[in-house]
Design a protein around this ligand. Structure first.
Ligand code: PLP
Length: 351
């Protein structure tokens, strides 16, 4: 189950983190005002800091990453347009059909290994434009790729894909839910990764450990239009500085430590890879997500997950033979090792 109990090891998602005691103090002490009027100093500060971090003119605070994606499409696109994203992209599989329901766009899925696609694959997906075709409008890159296994799009690949998009006159949008994991893992700065994109956002509720919030950045004109959508769909808030202060705190204190999560994910992978028939997919583990293909063990992912749950260890089960383990600031090295050994024992026992 998802609520925390004493001694529970929750590796289900990095969204499971609870605010740390220090973060709770920052939340309680936050300077606030009416966000909708532009009067909340903590929100304004967070937007400025994030815009600078991403090398963009302006930014807007939103309740979730999903709203960042959907508002970006509403600003960039018109109904009947086509956008391009990897087949595993969050926007395609986990936003309840939002692109179709809200912006009225269709998502053309591009294939490629590790949740990434090449400039050639993108090029091949974009039809020569005519009266018959949907209007090609936007290319989306998810950094890191969640469904691809927490993989980092290398800067060179991002640039090649962006060049192809520009040649075709398309907009570029980055889903940066875990951009800071990519930054810490690769040493490439957030600004460099973001440079080719018209819009980019960061989620504060994943590895950064905040309770609420994401920030969408772009040009001043883009953010002006994004604000209209925020207002229109009821995303404008009031004393949201309590949440924004936690996000600013996380930018200062929870970014560098993502390296520990990556190290813990690799540690988990190293221990469980002793099991016969178990495949890390993908391998190697690059950030904080570990995907395990257990088809070769003859076991069902559900059985293994349920047995772990009985020992107060939570992981997720994205497919019948696939399991996902996600490390974050609320699980220690020791707990990760405990969970990995329990995993090995359960698999050996069930066989
Ligand atoms: C979690 C996630 C989102 C959505 O973010 P929320 O804040 O949960 O709405 C979007 N894209 C990716 C890649 C994600 O992992």
């Amino acid at each position: 189950m998802s609520s925390w109990k004493e001694g529970q090891i929750n590796l289900q998602s990095d969204t499971q983190t609870r605010p740390t005691p220090r973060m709770r103090e920052v939340i309680a002490a936050a300077d606030v005002g009416d966000e909708q009027y532009g009067h909340d100093p903590s929100v304004n500060q967070l937007c400025q800091e994030t815009a600078e971090l991403l090398g963009k003119e302006a930014a807007v605070f939103l309740p979730s990453g999903t709203m960042c994606n959907e508002i970006a499409l509403l600003v960039h696109c018109r109904p009947g347009d086509e956008i391009y994203a990897h087949r595993t992209a969050h926007i395609l599989i986990s936003e309840a059909g939002g692109p179709a329901a809200l912006a009225g766009v269709q998502v053309y899925p591009i294939d490629g290994p590790r949740g990434q696609y090449s400039a050639e694959a993108l090029q091949a997906g974009i039809q020569p434009q005519s009266r018959y075709t949907p209007t090609a409008r936007l290319v989306l890159v998810e950094q890191t790729s969640n469904g691809g296994g927490g993989t980092v799009w290398p800067l060179e690949l991002v640039r090649q894909v962006a060049d192809t998009a520009r040649e075709k006159g398309l907009h570029l949008h980055m889903d940066g839910a875990r951009l800071m994991n990519a930054v810490v893992a690769s040493g490439t700065s957030a600004e460099e990764f973001s440079a080719p994109f018209d819009s980019v956002w960061l989620d504060f509720t994943k590895g950064l450990g905040c309770p609420i919030g994401a920030v969408l950045a772009g040009s001043a004109d883009f953010i002006h239009e994004a604000w209209k959508w925020k207002q229109r769909i009821g995303g404008a808030m009031r004393q949201a500085g309590m949440m924004a202060a936690a996000c600013s705190y996380a930018l200062r204190h929870h970014v560098d430590r993502l390296a520990e999560d990556h190290e813990n994910a690799r540690r988990f992978a190293a221990i469980v890879s002793q099991c016969d028939g178990l495949q890390l997919d993908p391998e190697p583990v690059e950030t904080n997500l570990v995907f395990l293909d257990i088809a070769g063990t003859g076991l069902a992912a559900g059985e293994v997950r349920a047995r772990l749950e009985a020992e107060s260890i939570n992981i997720s089960e994205p497919a019948p033979t696939r399991l996902r383990v996600c490390t974050h600031l609320d699980v220690s090295r020791e707990q990760v090792e405990t969970a990995a050994h329990a995993f090995v024992n359960i698999v050996n026992d069930l066989r």
